[in-house]
Design a protein around this ligand. Structure first.
Ligand code: SF4
Ligand code: SF4
Length: 301
């Protein structure tokens, strides 16, 4: 991907080229997409090997696991379990608090971009979807992404009223995670159905509009320390908007904000929107080096 000579929009860039990036002095480097994919594959390889040959490094699934003996429990699973059974075993409390503290530090929805196995599949689906849209074979459909808060609430209410973890029947993340650790299941056909909806109907629909796991991590992201930071090297080319499937968080990059910034002499700002997954795609494609990862611990305290 040569973002300095061509705008690295979805249309201008092949999928494979997004795995390599360049510095402005021409050196090649791995893109954040590559780093994320390596991490996701490594995490799930550890799940698989811990079960298959009993290496006991990362046992369980993304719903609940033990990493070198430390319990880690998905926050939304804990909420569902409590509402369904009114019980919270001590290991679940410890595991959930561990995860909350971890994501307060590394960024709420970084789970979606750096851990979730469905996110990786969904990125491939996104590329196919965008290609079909560019060739005018299908239309791009978008909805109000605030609908995700409605799904979040509905799945919790269903746990409370039914006494079951209803969402787990539909949870593509849990289904994939169990498949990787323990093997084939017919529930994978649901994952395929969701992926096909994303390819032919709406870009990243599960992640953007439905998944209550991502929504929960988004709530943590509002006050998490790791964020993307924007600076005024930006020339408002809007390439970052083009590649970001949650581009409502990138309003900050639009030229219309310049006057307010000039008045207040602001040269840097954090992207604080809860929907940002910290995937780093915007950093990968920015030709002006106007975006970077940063910690905002100071400004939080
Ligand atoms: S941050 Fe600014 S310069 Fe960089 S890709 Fe986005 S709009 Fe373009
Ligand atoms: S703003 Fe950047 S890091 Fe956040 S979701 Fe969009 S592309 Fe990814």
């Amino acid at each position: 991907m040569d973002k300095f000579n061509t705008r690295a929009t979805i249309k201008n860039t092949s999928f494979l080229s997004t795995f390599m990036d360049r510095t402005n002095d021409g050196k090649k480097k791995l893109s954040y997409r590559t780093k994320r994919w390596v991490l996701i594959i490594s995490i799930h390889l550890l799940f698989f090997l811990s079960f298959a040959i009993d290496i006991q490094v990362l046992e369980g699934t993304l719903n609940g696991s033990r990493f070198l003996g430390f319990h880690m429990i998905d926050i939304f699973s804990t909420m569902q379990l409590y509402l369904a059974t009114y019980q919270l075993p001590i290991n679940m409390i410890i595991g959930t608090v561990t995860i909350i503290l971890l994501y307060l530090f590394v960024g709420g929805r970084s789970y979606c971009a750096w851990v979730c196995p469905y996110g990786l599949l969904s990125e491939i689906g996104e590329k196919i979807h965008n290609t079909l849209v560019n060739k005018k074979i299908i239309k791009s459909r978008t909805f109000d992404n605030r609908i995700r808060h409605f799904f979040w609430l509905i799945f919790l209410v269903l746990s409370f009223t039914s006494g079951y973890l209803v969402f787990e029947t539909f949870n593509v993340v849990g289904i994939l995670s169990r498949f990787i650790a323990y093997g084939w299941s017919v529930a994978l056909s649901w994952v395929l159905a969701v992926l096909l909806i994303e390819i032919f109907f709406s870009r990243r629909a599960w992640c953007k509009y439905i998944c209550p796991i991502g929504t929960t991590y988004g709530y943590i992201g509002r006050i998490s320390a790791t964020r993307i930071k924007w600076n005024d090297n930006c020339d408002h080319c809007m390439v970052c908007h083009d590649v970001c499937f949650e581009n409502q968080v990138l309003e900050i990059t639009k030229a219309k904000y310049d006057k307010q910034r000039e008045e207040k002499n602001i040269t840097e700002e954090f992207i604080v929107g809860a929907d940002c997954t910290l995937c780093g795609r915007c950093i990968d494609v920015c030709h002006a080096d106007a975006l970077e990862f940063d910690f905002r611990l100071k400004s939080l305290i």
